[in-house]
Design a protein around this ligand. Sequence first.
Ligand code: ZN
Length: 421
Amino acid sequence: MTGINKIEIAKDNFTHRTTCRVCGSEKLHKFLSLGPTPLANSFLRENQLEAVEPYYPLDVYFCSNCYLVQLLDVVSPEVLFKEYAYVTGASKPMQAHFTGLVEDVIQNFKISEDGLIVDIGSNDGTLLQCFSKLGLQTLGIEPASNIARLAEAKGFRTVNEFFSEKCAVKIHEEHGNADVILATNVFAHTDDLEGFVRGIKYLLADNGTFVIEVPYLLNLLNNLEFDTIYHEHLSYFAVYPLIYLFRKFNMEVVDVKQVPVHGGSIRVFVQKAAKQQSQRVTALLLIEQEAKLDSLKTYTKFGEEVYSLKEKLVKLLKALKNEGVRITGYGATAKGNTLLNYCKIGTDILDYISDTTPFKQGCYTPGMHIPVFPEEEFHEDPPDYSLLLAWNYANEILQKERKYRQNGGKFILPIPEPKVI
Ligand SMILES: [Zn+2]
């Protein structure tokens, strides 16, 4: 049974805010509605297929005061992150990325010999491991209990909590100031940004550095990466709103770099005292201005392009299906679930989705209920086409599956323009 359940908006576990989470303004404009959508990581077991599946609004807004792009429907973090599915260590490209991040921090910012490194959203300790190899003290903060336990088992001290001002005070009492605090792919997940930044300010040493990595709004817009929009990602940051936010707390963005992970991200360095600001900050602000990230029109146009992409992709898949070919999905990713639910791509089009993550195998995707199989299935009985839902790893995947392609197998890249390769 892989039918789709009746769509019903959940009554509990989410709130709708009416003010911008960076500046508090009510000048908020909805420019894209991806429709009621189940949570992107809530894979189902077979015995859950008949139960009522909670759907939540997935609408995207632009604040015309501080230019933050954001969701206003906030699903309870307890529901989203208490049992988390994404394990960093499982991803080889992420390991390599973290090694680069650590070098960047060590080379450019002062860390005392007994300095403390705190990683917020520390997952299984993959990033902390790079610092502890250098003999530095580390502390992880991870709200998902299953993953915090995994990190502890590997020997990484981990506080199993959501980061907040209260949590910062407690850590400070026990461990003192932090020389470096990192928040990779977690800042955009946070609803109470003000409380978060107050906590950072409290815990960070006066000459310490706060390092954030978030997907970059400009990449999202330019490459039509609409599928990176799901309930976990509350804010879609550009440099300007970040500067706006930190200045409220007398903190300053001192440097920013573009990095290639998650479809294009920015690595942002923030300090308490405003010392020298890198040229890179002003350069990116200029690029943002030229791209008109301060104008609602930019976003309205994006919304129209997303709609047109959906039409093209569905048309292509249906045309292929009419030719009688077999199509599967490649990578049961969270973003894939946004794409599948928005485009209503179900088992009438995709036979299954192959994925290497053991606990997703044997499950069904949220909403569209497509079965997830181990990648062996893909290799043993290759389909004619495979929809690349993990497009952020396209290069690695095309390399890995060159035999499939040599034997005539084809991939369908969904964004920025549906394309068969
Ligand atoms: Zn705002």
